[in-house]
Design a protein around this ligand. Structure first.
Ligand code: NIG
Length: 385
């Protein structure tokens, strides 16, 4: 079943050869994008949708979320807004609620959040474990994550759970817990930060993941200069996420590497950490992504449009840079940018597209906070109409 999207006022392709097209059309089926070009030369298809001058772009690729959890931390948020600083300390509260939840409850909650994201244009999404922190709950969380997300990341190394010995916990994370989640996950992550894991402990966690054939991600330099960036680059991680506190050396080393710096502007607002230097990394020749970091503690939003608007209005990204970072940038950060690539509209790419109820992507930041998702196709299937 082929679909022709025509009457596209502005088409953001993220393809270096195609660029941004006007008066364009796209043809796709359930497997891939089949044709992209001027509307007046479009081939026929089984179904035609005229978007009447609206903007079309790839669906958002949300490269960093924590959707598998139970419980609210609204009180912690409120205390933070009254002046308390964010720390990893609140994670324990979510761990307790998550351990007490059944797989069915976790799945229902994560599915609701995934759908909330989809309604705002997210078509490809990563999610992490990390609120179980014992073998059974991490396995349960990994199973749920595999059912709701396109990419699953093992974050047993989120914090050392209360009452555990640090050394024994790192051995658990790199040994039996890793074996238990391995069938469900694509990547390993570690929270490399004061109050979580040191650089040396983080290196052990990443090495164990690499030995198990997993891709690598690092939560780094969120609350201070944690050394996470240097470690991520040293280990060839796909991404280093947060990046609030970077010095010139960090910026240069990211720019000279294949590691993508993932920025999480909604988290920065909710934790009152300074925005990271995304624009400086781009200017130095590096690559960046934007993600929601949806989680109950530091960033309880699924809204990629909000992240894009914030990156433009507060982080000095151009509209084009922010949209690229939230689509193709996310795909690069997840290693999902090569075969049947996500985050791009070109022949052979994954048929993930969104239509804005606006004539251009500039409206995402020009009219911040205004719902703009008009239609969404995920893997060629219309999920928002
Ligand atoms: O990405 N930084 C570590 N993990 C999450 C927050 C976890 C929490 O506070 O529940 C994050 O911000």
């Amino acid at each position: 079943m082929t679909v022709l999207l025509t009457g596209v006022g502005e088409l953001t392709t993220n393809d270096p050869d195609l660029g941004r097209l006007r008066d364009a059309a796209v043809v796709f089926d359930e497997r891939s994008i089949l044709w992209v070009g001027p509307a007046d030369r479009a081939p026929a298809a089984d179904t035609m949708v005229d978007v009447a001058g609206r903007a079309v772009l790839p669906g958002w690729v949300d490269a960093h979320t924590h959707l598998v959890f139970q419980g609210s931390r609204a009180a912690e948020f409120e205390a933070r807004m009254a002046g308390r600083r964010y720390s990893a300390g609140g994670i324990g509260q979510t761990v307790a609620a998550t351990r007490a939840a059944s797989e069915r409850e976790l799945r229902a909650h994560a599915t609701r959040l995934r759908r909330e994201a989809e309604l705002q244009g997210t078509t490809f999404l990563e999610t992490k474990t990390g609120y179980g922190l014992d073998i059974d709950t991490e396995r349960r969380c990994a199973q749920v994550a595999a059912a709701v997300a396109d990419r699953v990341t093992y974050l047993g190394a989120h914090v050392v759970p209360a009452g555990s010995d640090r050394r024994e916990y790192v051995d658990l994370v790199t040994g039996p817990m890793l074996q238990a989640v391995r069938p469900y996950v694509h990547a390993v992550d570690v929270f490399c930060e004061e109050g979580a894991f040191s650089v040396e402990e983080s290196r052990e966690v990443l090495q164990a993941g690499a030995d198990a054939g997993l891709d690598l991600h690092v939560h780094g330099n969120q609350l201070g200069p944690s050394g996470g960036v240097g470690l991520a680059v040293e280990m060839g991680a796909l991404s280093v996420d947060h990046c609030n506190h970077l010095d010139d050396r960090d910026i240069d080393s990211i720019a000279a590497s294949n590691t993508i710096a993932v920025f999480l502007p909604a988290c920065d607002l909710s934790t009152r950490e300074p925005f990271g230097p995304a624009r400086r990394i781009l200017d130095a020749g590096g690559a960046v992504a934007l993600a929601s970091n949806c989680n109950p503690g530091s960033s309880f939003t699924t809204s990629m449009p909000f992240c894009v608007a914030t990156a433009v209005l507060q982080m000095q990204l151009t509209v084009e840079q922010a949209v690229f970072a939230a689509t193709r940038g996310g795909a690069l950060a997840l290693g999902a940018a090569s075969s049947s690539p996500a985050g791009t509209i070109a022949v052979g790419a994954r048929p993930d597209l969104q239509v804005l109820d606006a004539p251009s992507v500039a409206h995402l930041a020009y009219r911040p906070g205004v719902p703009m998702t008009w239609a969404v196709w995920r893997a060629g299937r219309q999920v928002v109409e």
